[in-house]
Design a protein around this ligand. Structure first.
Ligand SMILES: CC(C)(CNC(=O)c1ccc(Oc2ccccc2)cc1)c1ccc2c(N)nc(N)nc2n1
Length: 337
């Protein structure tokens, strides 16, 4: 006799199972510290699918079984970003970075050391995720910074993007910005599979991520090894944010987002340059492609007084690495095939 028959009149606590699965996702993606094996996670998911098939009325939009959603779209709708998605000014040398720091000090009329949040600049696709009362309601590309494409159905398939925020204390409206990227291992496996099936090869992980997000059929996106790393908050309403950027990232992590483990705070621009060197030395060993380091004035109060120049903040800069040889090498190899 199946155990379910004991509960036919009293549906088992499906919400409890859903919360347990979401908790394990939080531990795996946000904390990078899973408590159960992938096999046990899959067993929990299988049980949830069986119970939801038995009690379809219990299905909620944030259920982890609802990631691969609706039918393919005929086209992407346009989204107008409430807060522009800004680009970054670039630095190509230590001198450029020191000049950036000097401009910041001059503008703040301060000779005090400026503290910087230091983040890897992932080589992926910028995305905006809008949450209302903790639920993901919209995903959009950067587009031209003001108008992007609505890719909500596709971002819902990415397991490191929470469908419901974890924990508490988040604003009622929260717009999170980050990068959707394809880790190197996933990219290599995707191209290996494409070689076997005779499908189109991707030139690099960034193009593979872009191509995977441009799919009108979310079922294709769902089968692509994509991750999302949060790096900023754009628009908030109904709540306060911490006073430093590094604590905003910590809050995003507590709400269920993947943030990059290399992120550090530098007490001054010289420590920031040391961070750039250290990451530059381990760049090839990283599990994902990066094309630079982003330095952000850590104090949000100082950010507000520095403001923006047209499309880029005065308080942030990207110090780029030299372009990597590998992608052209791959290009040569690819066309020799
Ligand atoms: C700093 C910011 C430009 C994001 N921030 C914003 O887009 C942003 C936008 C409006 C804001 O507030 C506004 C308030 C009023 C008017 C306009 C903007 C604040 C931040 C940015 C851009 C690209 C990044 C990248 N590739 N990697 C990392 N690691 N960080 C990055 N950070």
């Amino acid at each position: 006799m199946s155990t379910l028959s004991l509960f036919d009149d009293f549906p088992p606590d499906i919400e409890q199972l859903r919360q347990e699965i979401n908790y394990h996702s939080y531990r795996y993606y946000a904390l990078d510290d899973p408590q159960i094996t992938d096999a046990d996670y899959d067993r929990l998911m299988q049980r949830l699918r069986e119970l939801e098939a038995q009690y379809p009325a219990s299905i909620t939009p944030d259920s982890p079984t609802q990631r691969v959603g609706a039918a393919p779209l005929s086209a992407f709708q346009t989204v107008v970003h409430e807060m522009p998605m800004l680009s970054l000014d670039n630095a190509f040398s230590d001198e450029d970075l020191l000049a950036f720091n000097q401009r910041v000090q001059d503008r703040l009329k301060s000779a005090e050391d400026i503290e910087y949040a230091c983040e890897v600049k992932l080589d992926g696709i910028a995305v905006s995720l809008l949450y209302q009362n903790g639920l993901l309601v919209r995903g959009a590309t950067r587009g031209d910074g003001t108008n992007g494409e609505d890719i909500t159905q596709n971002v819902r398939t990415i397991k490191s993007i929470p469908l419901r925020l974890h924990g508490e204390g988040f604003p009622s409206v929260l717009e999170v910005r980050g990068e959707i990227y394809m880790p190197k291992a996933g990219f290599n496996a995707l191209n290996e599979n494409a070689r076997i099936t005779g499908e189109k090869l991707f030139v690099n992980p960034r193009n593979a991520a872009a191509g995977s997000l441009r799919q009108l059929d979310p079922r294709i996106t769902a089968n692509r090894p994509l991750e999302m790393c949060a790096y900023s908050v754009g628009w908030v309403d109904g709540g306060e944010l911490p006073s430093t950027h590094s604590n905003v990232l910590a809050a995003l992590k507590s709400w269920g987002f993947l943030t990059n483990r290399e992120t550090q705070v530098a007490k001054n621009i010289h420590e920031a340059i040391a961070f750039y060197r250290r990451i530059g030395e381990k760049r090839d060993a990283l599990a994902y492609d990066i094309d630079g380091i982003v330095f952000k004035v850590n104090s949000r109060k100082l950010q507000d007084s520095l403001g923006f120049i047209s499309r880029a903040p005065r308080w942030a800069i990207a110090y780029k690495f030299p372009a990597q040889e590998e992608s052209t090498l791959l290009l040569d190899v690819e066309f020799q095939v």
